[in-house]
Design a binder for this molecule. Structure first.
Ligand SMILES: Nc1ncnc2c1ncn2[C@@H]1O[C@H](COP(=O)(O)OP(=O)(O)O)[C@@H](O)[C@H]1O
Ligand SMILES: [Mg+2]
Length: 291
């Protein structure tokens, strides 16, 4: 799996090196969490690498996004627009839903072979373009399937209602369909503002499962504090388990024994998280061992 850099300082190590190319990600957060800033950084990072950028804005107009980007220190955005390396689309949820149904396949056809980054900010109004859950799922599923043909997709999603409750239909459906889900947990109580980022899921990546503080810094954008999370290369636990299993070889079916040893060879301590080596050996014995 090829990884591309997210453009968010501190985030890549938490994602096992970055975002998987041609994958679909969803960033969820309440108003003020930093979703638009995140989407902008993601696109900008691609432009810096020579990738094309497509920014679909569904609630702010082009001028507003550009003004905010320039305030964040990104003055070159105007050059990218002039050179058409960055394409900006602003539409309503209903207009964009119609575009997905009627024009998206032709659009994707024109962009065949592209290695673009595509941001949709936010996806929520597209979900609201229809009240029917089946249609919502069909629409978003189709959109993600088409868009990933031309690049790597990052959509933002608004978090409504009770803080941290992601069980509503308009969050559940895109979360389910996306490869990678990141939650920007933003709480503003009186004078206290806390921002924490949590990777809810990320397919094909040994990602962090902690929640990490992040900050929004003028000129830099989102900066994530990766804290304790530093991928280790140590393989003490799988080595211990392999040694135990070697000794117990005759108590396991040979095919199982071979498969387990082969799998363990690929693992590091990090894959085991809180699992104790000795306990795992016992559980394996309990599962297979012949009396
Ligand atoms: N130019 C800036 N300088 C400093 N902070 C900024 C700037 N632009 C945005 N922010 C901070 O980022 C916050 C969230 O921005 P935004 O990405 O628009 O959030 P969302 O899209 O999730 O509503 C703002 O409330 C502000 O605190
Ligand atoms: Mg926004």
């Amino acid at each position: 799996m090829r990884k591309i850099k997210s453009g968010i300082y501190g985030l890549n190590p938490l994602l096992d090196g970055g975002i998987n190319v041609n994958s679909t990600s969803v960033v969820i957060g309440a108003s003020g969490a930093g979703k638009t800033t995140f989407a902008t950084q993601f696109i900008r990072r691609g432009l810096e690498e020579g990738q094309e950028g497509i920014f679909v804005s569904l609630d702010e107009n082009k001028e507003q996004i550009i003004r905010e980007a320039v305030e964040m220190g990104w003055t070159e955005i105007l050059d990218y627009l002039d050179d058409e390396q960055l394409v900006f689309i602003d539409a309503s949820g209903k207009e964009f839903a119609t575009f997905i149904k009627k024009e998206l396949p032709a659009f994707v056809g024109e962009w065949t072979g592209a290695d673009a980054r595509i941001s949709i900010d936010p996806l929520t109004p597209v979900m609201w373009s229809t009240a029917d859950a089946y249609e919502q799922r069909d629409l978003i599923g189709f959109m993600l399937k088409e868009l990933r043909k031309v690049g790597t997709v990052l959509s933002t999603l608004e978090e409504h209602g009770t803080a941290g409750d992601l069980s509503g239909r308009e969050t559940i459906i895109p979360m389910y369909l996306a490869d990678c889900v990141m939650h920007l947990q933003y709480r503003a109580l009186d004078d206290m503002v806390t921002r924490r980022l949590k990777i809810v899921k990320c397919r094909s990546s040994a990602h962090s499962e902690h929640s990490h503080p992040y900050h929004i810094v003028k000129g830099l954008g989102l900066v994530v504090d990766r804290g304790e999370f530093a991928p280790t290369e140590s393989d003490a636990i799988p080595t211990q388990v392999m040694e135990e299993l070697e000794k117990l070889g005759d108590r396991l079916p040979p095919t199982v024994h071979r498969r387990l040893l082969k799998s363990l060879e690929e693992l590091t301590d990090q894959d085991f998280q809180d699992i104790k080596g000795a306990e795992l050996v016992e559980s394996i014995l309990d599962e297979y061992a012949r009396e």
